[in-house]
Design a binder for this molecule. Structure first.
Ligand SMILES: *Cc1c(COP(=O)(O)O)cnc(C)c1O
Length: 405
């Protein structure tokens, strides 16, 4: 999955260009920066690589989501439908603009179940935010149709699926806007960083100003810029953008390795008839950063996890159902709407109401799911060894549980 695994001289060179001038800020200082504009270059490279019209870099994937929501006019009292299986950043961003996160069930794609989305729509719903988890995508045709029918915004959280595609288009470029994260463990990294991608000029112009205190970037200098609205500082630095510039050029290389390693390991797991795999709406578009697989029951899955732990082969395998980061079951801070700043009592009531809804359909899926992250550093021999150990562990548990002979 992560680009940091293949750190190279290219990243160093790009960072050194910035260190030579000492201009670490992305705006202004036109003379002393001597033609070095890493952030601008990276935005252009993102537009070319992922085929979108506009890209606005941000300080993180989380701030990219907040920026996109603000630019799309999502705010007080609006409801945003998003999945129960995601990263905390998704609902943090919704709350940051004063909107209500409405977390609904996932299906066997591990992303939004279109039927659950339809059921959750109210007169307050403003946007649907699918999260393309673990490298693969939501059923975007079905979600786009729902958005069209109900006049809703489609915002893609593609932070975890850089390089994935749906019917030939890059994930993150299909909705009204989409975001990537370039944090340290993502497919390509800036160290920290993110981007809002869109094909709508109005969304881009707003994102550009919003991430820099509302500056319209039309003045002769920063003091002469106008502020058409209030913004924040979600800027990326030139040092971070420089790392990203080296990494974006290597995305095809990362994806090729990822896909090869994924196929080798998946073929081995597929020899066990009791193992099934995540449904992928467009299999050709899987970025292959993870293999997500299912076992027949929650008990068997928990036993396999325990056995993997005992054998020392758990690292790189994730049981999200029992994880504090990615699944709603253990998000007590959200369920109780515990914030440092005070929320309007009506908002607090709605947030807790939504976060405590029945999600037993998601539980039934997530409790049987294990995701195995794909390393770019594995040798074929290591994959074979890993696969053999995983298969043996699963078979041992199935036998102990009386499922297979
Ligand atoms: C990583 C991630 C984010 C947030 O990215 P940061 O850059 O870490 O703020 C948002 N959503 C998902 C699904 C992610 O995996």
């Amino acid at each position: 999955m992560p680009g940091y695994e293949l750190w190279s001289a290219n990243e160093k060179k790009e960072v050194n260009d910035v260190l030579e001038t000492g201009i670490l800020m992305r705006y202004g200082f036109d003379g002393p920066r001597k033609g070095i504009w890493k952030s601008k270059e990276l935005e252009t490279a993102i537009c070319e690589t992922f085929e979108c019209k506009y890209a606005q870099l941000t300080s993180s994937g989380t701030s990219a989501l907040t920026t996109a929501m603000s630019a799309l006019g999502i705010g007080y009292g609006d409801e945003v439908i998003t999945p129960s299986f995601t990263f905390v950043a998704s609902f943090e961003a919704v709350l940051s603009v004063g909107a209500i996160p409405v977390l609904v069930d996932v299906d066997d794609t591990l992303t939004l179940d279109p039927a659950a989305v339809k059921k959750a729509i109210t007169s307050k719903t403003k946007a649907i935010m699918p999260v393309h988890m673990c490298g693969s995508m939501a059923d975007l045709d079905a979600l786009a149709a729902i958005c069209k029918e109900h006049d809703l915004i489609l915002l893609e959280d593609a932070c975890q699926s850089i390089g994935g595609t749906y019917k030939g288009k890059s994930l993150g470029t299909i909705g009204d806007a989409g975001t990537f994260s370039f944090d340290f463990v993502k497919t390509m990294t800036c160290g920290e960083g993110g981007v809002v991608m869109t094909n709508r000029e109005d969304i881009y112009i707003k994102s550009d100003a919003y991430t820099d205190h509302g500056h319209d970037h039309k003045g002769a200098d920063r003091g002469a810029d106008l502020h058409p609205f209030i913004g924040y500082n979600y800027r990326i630095s030139e040092l971070h953008a420089a790392v990203g510039l080296a990494q974006v050029k290597r995305v095809p290389e990362f994806l090729a390795i990822q896909k090869k390693n994924h196929r080798l390991l998946k073929d081995m797991l597929a020899t066990v008839p009791e193992i099934s795999f995540r449904r992928i709406p467009d299999p050709d578009g899987d970025s292959c950063s993870f293999i997500s697989w299912f076992l027949p029951t929650r008990e068997i899955t928990a036993a396999v996890i325990n056995e993997m732990k005992a054998q020392g082969i758990l690292p790189g395998n994730f049981y999200w159902f029992d994880n504090n980061w990615h699944y709603i079951r253990k998000w007590d801070h959200l369920k109780n709407a515990i914030t440092l700043n005070s929320l309007h009592p009506d908002m607090k009531a709605r947030v807790t109401e939504e976060a405590n809804k029945d999600l037993s359909t998601s539980d039934a899926i997530m409790s049987r799911c294990i995701s195995t992250s794909i390393s770019l550093l594995w040798t074929e021999e290591q994959i074979k060894d890993k696969g053999e150990k995983m298969v043996a562990t699963v078979k041992k548990v199935l036998k102990e549980q009386g499922v297979s002979a």
